[in-house]
Design a binder for this molecule. Sequence first.
Ligand SMILES: *Cc1c(COP(=O)(O)O)cnc(C)c1O
Length: 845
Amino acid sequence: MYAFRTISVKPKLPENIIRLKELAYNFWFSWNTHARALFRKINEQLWDEVSHNPVKFLLHVNEEELEDIAQSDEYLKNYNKVFNDFDHYMTRDTWFSKKYPQYSGSPIAYFSAEFGLHESHPIYSGGLGMLAGDHLKSASDLGIPLVGVGLLYRHGYFNQAINRDGTQEAHYLYHNFSERPIIPLTNGGDKMISVDINGRKVYAKLWKCLVGRVILYMLDTNIPENNREDRKITDQLYGGDRETRISQEILLGIGGVKALRAVGINPAAWHINEGHAAFLVLERIRELVASGLSFDTAKEIVKSNTLFTTHTPVPAGHDMFGADLVERFLGNLYGELKIEREDLLELGWDENRKQFNMTLLALNLSNYCNGVSKLHGEVSKEMFSYLYPGLPVEEVPVHYITNGVHTGSWLAQELKDLYHIYLGEDWDENITDRNMWKKVNDIPDNLLWAVHQSLKEKMIAFVRNSLKKQRIRNQEPARRIKEVDQYLRPNVLTIGFARRFATYKRAGLLFLDRDRLNKLINNPQMPVQIIFAGKAHPADAAGQELIRQVYSISKEEEFRGKIVFLENYDIHMARILVQGVDVWLNTPRRPMEASGTSGQKAAANGVLNLSILDGWWPEAYNKENGFVIGEKKAYESEELQDRDDSFSLYATLEERVLPAYYNHEGGFPREWLKKMKNSMVSIAPVFSTERMVQEYTERYYVKSIKRWEYFIRDNYSAPRKLKDFKQFITENWHQVCIKRVDTNVNREMSVGSLLKINAYAEIGPLKPEDVDLEVVYGNITDRGLSNLSVSPMVYEGKEEDGTQRYLGQLILPQGTFGYTVRIIPGHQDFVRKFELPLVTWAENL
Ligand SMILES: *Cc1c(COP(=O)(O)O)cnc(C)c1O
């Protein structure tokens, strides 16, 4: 193609509303309705046309309209109020500044392949991106010195159109970045970095966007400095082939570190949000090796302040690359890291040494690893347990922090207004305050119901409008277009199911028994209507088939106008649905849903969850705040599981959900309203990113920063010693064993009496302080011990036979237990137990 330059001709903003431009470039607007209203008020139609993108709006709005509005006292009053709020927000003291003032200058880098901030900036595909976006927003609210790093995709994820026969069409729209709320970085010209990819130098232009107080940096290879192929690296999110994928991940990981350096940021902690970004560890090792450290010491240093969050138990969610691909794309690193090919592969080799696994790379070079719900934490322990041979699964060092949502971004303004009155003016600065949320119970039923119904009607209007547009585009007959106006009724129980159409999410579960579904939908006393939406990945044929199935059912006579499928699920649609339906349905095949967050958005809006006990739901469900489908049970076959779960789904709807919804007293469904309030009270304060980011900060970020400060002292003296220690221990561990164990009691003892255990260990050339001995006890199961408790033993001295004696003393609770003794390496600089995956258990017990 020929070259051209871009130029934007913009209308002039009147002086007294000049700060609209500043507002347009800060995603703070995305969670502040009154801020968005400043744009909408000027020209509502244009606001919708530009997909609520304020930058594009200011580019296309008429100068006369701007001048008119700048005369309106009412408008200026709102304008001043919004900027008062904005200025207060940007400068106020925060949770972090009060709690950790000493770390205000210690940046935390947060790397993710996708970020979902707002519909005007579509660089996300699903839950992972939403979570990352909400993470940045809460980091801003809490004043965490976080910086985001991601890629700027020219076409983002695809736009979905459903054609007349229900087939999903994927459209990649061209996005003009000068019309987006993003800002190119310049220093004279464009600010750029370069990365070696596949033997070529690839340049990336740097952009940023502002998310309240937080900055997200993004890399873009679509620039003239690159050849055609390399320009396409940042074309699509999750598009292209394996080569594109590894190129993207090299750009994100390695390029991302270079980008931070280019803007002068030296992070004190690093957060890898899913394996896509794991290559960042290689660049950090390279930097350290270039400064004269050995590869092994560099690894130790990188680990010291790195955190990895894993997001899926689905194998396809873990990125892997063949060794040949790694060799070809990263071969240049062997020399720079001063290592052999095998050493590099060793960092991410999977069990069979066939594929280089990004999850393992991240795990191997992080001090902390977490899943995203309690159940997912357990599943992940199981999944990674082979990396810790000899360790009971429950002790595999993978923990969890349950996901949440950014409350302000997902809550309906009408509810915010109610909260303002009933929870207090600064309710949004105390999201995690459980007592505050109890005041939801003070909201009068009639008010809450009126708000809920008005949101539902708004949603129904949105649904009709969306279907109408789709049918007009598909040139359907006038009758089909017109009848949309009769679709969905505000007094009918409405179920929402909107999520990616991945097969494990089982969008078709409700269709397994067509007759029973028919009876549910068309029950004259207690009818049901259902709204579906969601994209299937373009390479996922089964997911697309599911969409076709839902679409075709929605066209059948008995379901027409009662089951609908909306095309092009995105943040905007998500917001409207989670605010407007009565029930949010979630039917994943347990335990495949790592967390799920859409149900949390729904709950804060008083929408009741009806969900499989998977992901976050088992932690939240308290019998009164929603409904469960199925059991906490493992299945041998998917067919059986699907059948059981669908039975349970129908039965729960028939026996519990519908009676509660349709039982009115004095004009209101009192029982339902009670559950709505219970859902808000019990879920909103806990399943928020406010709580989640606080947990990340306290449990990982601050510790990582501290460790970093300690590690860099005296030219990295601590990690150098730690590396030597680990090497020494690893080489000599085969000489370590527990020779014998004796105790003061046999088989039985009385409640409250002391159990004394002596263990005699051989430790070869190790010193007694290099190891820890522990008594481990727990319940006896067919897989060994479970519900473990661990009690440290004390070193007592050397015996005549050369063994080292350790004493454990404990008082067991009543019951029957199994106990044993083990020996593990110990060092004052271990940040966690099992930093070395070495453990030796007593034999001959
Ligand atoms: C919240 C959200 C998701 C994630 O929801 P799940 O419950 O994890 O499926 C996906 N897409 C959009 C647009 C969302 O808003």
